[in-house]
Design a protein around this ligand. Structure first.
Ligand SMILES: *Cc1c(COP(=O)(O)O)cnc(C)c1O
Length: 370
C-alpha cells in the first residue's frame, strides 16, 4: 500500500464544507418562508435553470430518472410504443421506459464518443418507434443536430439525457437545446448536485412543459382533477431548489476545472500504449462529468491504481440487456461497440475539489502504467 492518504473516487464533504455558509443561509430563508414545496425558490430556480440551458421552460421533478419517464410520456406520439436508446448508459433510460409501459430498443454507440448518432440509430427505425433518447454520456455532446433531423423526418420525438452534461456545449449548440425535451439530474455527485435528490425537464415547448407540470402532480388539470393519465407525484423540494440556486452559478467554473483535470490525466497517460490505457479527451465545451479511460487490461490497471491508493469505478460495466430486468429487450444482433465499451472503460477520480497534490499523484501513477 502507498504511504499517502487514499484518493477517493469522490468526496461530497469537501463541496459541502466549501458551500456550508451559503447553504445554511439559504436553508434558513426557506424555513422562514414557510414553503416546503413549489414556493418562490422553486419558481426562481426553474427560471434560472431555463435561462442557463438556453430554453424557455424548466420543470423541477424529484430526480433524473423521473425526469426521463415524464419527458418520454410528454413527447411520445400516442400510437408508438418503442423507445430507442443506448445500452451503455447505466440503465436509467431503460428503467424510465419500462416504468412508462413502453419498450426499449437498443442501438449501438459510436466507437469513439460512445454515444448514439444518426448513423447508429437509422436502421432501427420503424413505425413503432416514437422516441429516441440520446444520453450525452460522460458530458459529450455529439452531432445531435443530425439525429434531430433524422427524428423529424420520421415523426419521432428526441429526448436528451443531460444528467451528465449540464452546461456542456458543442459547436452546434448547448446540451438540452436540441431535443423536444431534455432531462437533468441533481443527484449529489452530478456536475450540479443537490444535498439530496432532484431533477428537471427542460424544453423549448410550452406544450411539453405544461404536460410535464401536469404529470409531476398526479396528472391534475386543476386540484383533485386528474385529466391526464400516467401522472405521478414527482416534485423538487423547495429546500433542494434553494440549494441548487446557490450552486448553479458555480457550474461553469466546476466544469472547467473538471476539463483541466482530464487534460492532465490525458497528458500523463500519453506515453502509455493505447491498448493498455487511453484517457477519453474532454475538449471544447465537454461536460466532463467523468474521467473515462479505456483499457484492454482494465483489471490490471485498476489494481495498479488501487495499490497506489487511488480509487476507480466502472461506468458502466453491464449493457442494459445483460441485466435480468431488461433481458427480454435484448437485441437480436450483437452491438459490438457497446459491448467493447462496457468491457474496457473505467473512471478515475474526478471532482472539482480534488487538490493539486492529488491530481499530480494520479498523473504520476498513470505515467508508470506499463
Ligand atoms: C444519474 C443519471 C441519471 C439518473 O438520475 P437520478 O437523479 O439518479 O435518478 C440518468 N441518466 C444518466 C446518464 C445519469 O448519469
Amino acid at each position: 500500500m502507498s504511504e499517502h492518504p487514499a484518493i477517493p473516487f469522490n468526496d461530497l464533504s469537501r463541496g459541502l464544507q466549501r458551500d456550508r455558509e451559503s447553504l445554511l443561509r439559504t436553508a434558513a430563508e426557506v424555513i422562514d418562508s414557510g414553503y416546503a414545496v413549489h414556493g418562490t425558490q422553486h419558481r426562481a430556480f426553474e427560471s434560472e435553470l431555463a435561462a442557463y440551458v438556453g430554453v424557455d421552460h424548466a420543470v423541477g421533478v424529484a430526480n433524473g430518472t423521473d425526469a426521463l419517464e415524464l419527458a418520454i410520456k410528454a413527447v411520445r406520439p400516442a400510437d408508438r410504443s418503442v423507445v430507442i436508446t443506448a445500452g451503455n448508459a447505466g440503465g436509467y433510460t431503460s428503467t424510465a421506459v419500462v416504468r412508462a409501459g413502453l419498450t426499449p430498443r437498443y442501438a449501438d454507440v459510436d466507437p469513439t464518443t460512445l454515444c448514439l448518432t444518426a448513423d447508429t440509430v437509422r436502421d432501427l427505425i420503424d413505425d413503432e418507434v416514437g422516441v429516441v433518447v440520446v444520453t450525452h454520456l460522460y458530458g459529450h455532446v455529439g452531432e445531435v443536430s443530425a439525429l434531430r433531423a433524422l427524428c423529424d423526418t420520421r415523426g419521432i420525438a428526441l429526448v436528451e439525457d443531460c444528467a451528465q452534461a449540464i452546461g456542456a456545449d458543442s459547436p452546434s449548440g448547448r446540451a438540452g437545446t436540441f431535443g423536444h425535451a431534455a432531462t437533468i439530474s441533481f443527484y449529489p455527485t452530478k456536475n450540479l448536485g443537490a444535498v439530496g435528490d432532484g431533477g428537471a425537464v427542460v424544453t423549448r415547448s410550452q406544450h411539453v412543459a405544461d404536460r410535464v407540470r401536469q404529470l409531476r402532480q398526479y396528472g391534475w388539470s386543476t386540484k383533485y382533477d386528474a385529466a391526464l393519465s400516467g401522472g405521478t407525484n414527482s416534485r423538487l423540494d423547495e429546500m433542494q431548489a434553494a440549494f441548487l440556486r446557490v450552486r448553479l452559478p458555480l457550474v461553469d467554473g466546476f466544469n472547467q476545472r473538471r476539463r483541466d483535470i482530464i487534460a492532465r490525466y490525458g497528458t500523463a497517460a500519453s506515453g502509455v500504449a493505447p491498448e493498455a490505457l487511453a484517457v477519453l479527451p474532454a475538449l471544447g465545451g465537454h461536460g466532463a462529468h467523468l474521467a473515462i479511460c479505456r483499457s484492454r487490461k482494465r483489471d490490471a490497471v485498476r489494481a495498479r491504481l488501487r495499490e497506489a491508493g487511488i480509487a476507480t469505478d466502472v461506468h458502466f460495466p453491464l449493457p442494459d440487456w445483460t441485466q435480468a430486468a431488461f433481458a427480454r429487450y435484448a437485441p437480436s444482433a450483437p452491438l459490438p461497440h457497446t459491448e467493447a465499451a462496457c468491457n474496457e472503460v473505467f473512471s478515475l477520480p474526478l471532482f472539482p475539489e480534488l487538490s493539486e497534490a492529488e491530481v499530480e499523484r494520479v498523473c504520476a501513477t498513470l505515467r508508470s502504467v506499463a
